[in-house]
Ligand binder design. Structure first.
Ligand code: SF4
Length: 313
């Protein structure tokens, strides 16, 4: 992939820390306010029972053990030097502050862990949580990751997200007031969304000047309400070329300083109903790079202003 066309997080981290930095997904046992009893019930229609957990997460062991196990593997396989503990599945601010603090501290005590990423929902970050995160922001390299998926309320309602765009904006502004780095998750290919809808969301994020962004391809997983609708023939998924075109359209809209933390996604192979082409992640990434090259554009090509701002995250 032609990395110079985009500000990729992996490249940025390597420069910032002077060596390869890998994120390790950690399951701290938190639930999600959008699911009955935290974990049991269905929440967002695309979310499986693992709370959208990363593939290969070792959830039965302690936070320290999860990190140590993944660390050993990544050091061997990728010669990774430093690590960021990524509190990833479910909502990682959905617990009393003392419990959150214990979990984050456990991760930071692990040798070579240089930072934290905390994934959560916009309606799960009250001022107490944000004050706590601001404290960690001052002592380590911290990212708050907010799941938004779309800026369109009708889509958020269809997805069963349980919050609207105004809720996201409120959480985002309160996080930025505290100086937090914020990465926003978006999904491309949501049912009922046109190219214009997707670009409108991208322009909203560009207007906010978000620090980081993760672009996810919509995955349809077996055992989810979305999976049932797919099997009933009610929804379609994107073809690979459609996704590549849309992802590049979004990238062109983003400000040059926004760190791109993800360009596609990998659903669990055994649960994935569609699109199956997404299993070949490298083909997707290469196709995005090639399309930018073909168009002669880059991240920020269609973003007016802030061209002089550099990444200072
Ligand atoms: S907020 Fe996250 S964990 Fe909760 S139901 Fe939605 S996708 Fe799943």
């Amino acid at each position: 992939m032609r990395k110079e066309k985009m500000l990729l997080y992996s490249t940025y981290l390597k420069h910032r820390f002077g060596g390869r930095v890998h994120k390790i997904s950690v399951d701290a046992g938190f639930g999600c306010p959008n699911r009955a009893n935290g974990r049991d019930g269905h929440g967002c229609i695309f979310c499986d029972s693992s709370g959208s957990a990363a593939v290969g997460i070792a959830r039965q062991v302690s936070i320290r053990q999860q990190l140590e196990q993944a660390k050993a593997l990544m050091q061997r396989k990728y010669r990774a030097k430093w690590f960021i503990a990524y509190f990833q599945p479910y909502s990682n601010t959905f617990a009393p502050l003392a419990q959150l603090r214990r979990c984050y501290d456990q991760a930071l005590k692990v040798d070579k862990v240089v930072g934290l990423a905390v994934g959560t929902r916009p309606d799960c970050v009250d001022d107490g949580v944000l004050d706590l995160l601001a404290e960690y922001h001052r002592r380590t390299y911290l990212w708050l990751e907010l799941g938004l998926q779309s800026s369109h309320d009708r889509t958020l309602a269809y997805l069963g997200r349980g919050h609207d765009y105004a809720c996201f904006l409120d959480a985002y502004q309160r996080a930025k007031t505290r100086g937090l780095r914020v990465c926003v998750h978006l999904i491309i290919g949501l049912p009922g969304e046109s190219r214009d809808d997707i670009l409108q969301t991208a322009r909203e994020m560009a207007g906010l000047g978000v620090d980081g962004i993760k672009l996810h391809l919509l995955h349809v997983l077996r055992g989810t309400p979305l999976g049932d609708r797919y099997l009933a023939g009610e929804i379609n998924t994107l073809a690979r070329e459609e996704y590549v075109q849309l992802a590049v359209d979004v990238i062109e809209c983003l400000p040059p300083h926004t760190l791109i933390q993800r360009l596609t996604g990998d659903g669990p192979r055994e649960l994935l109903l569609a699109p199956l082409w997404s299993l070949n992640k490298w083909e997707v990434l290469n196709a995005i790079g090639a399309e930018l090259e073909r168009r002669g554009t880059r991240q920020g090509s269609h973003f007016p202003g802030t061209k002089s701002r550099t990444c200072d995250l």
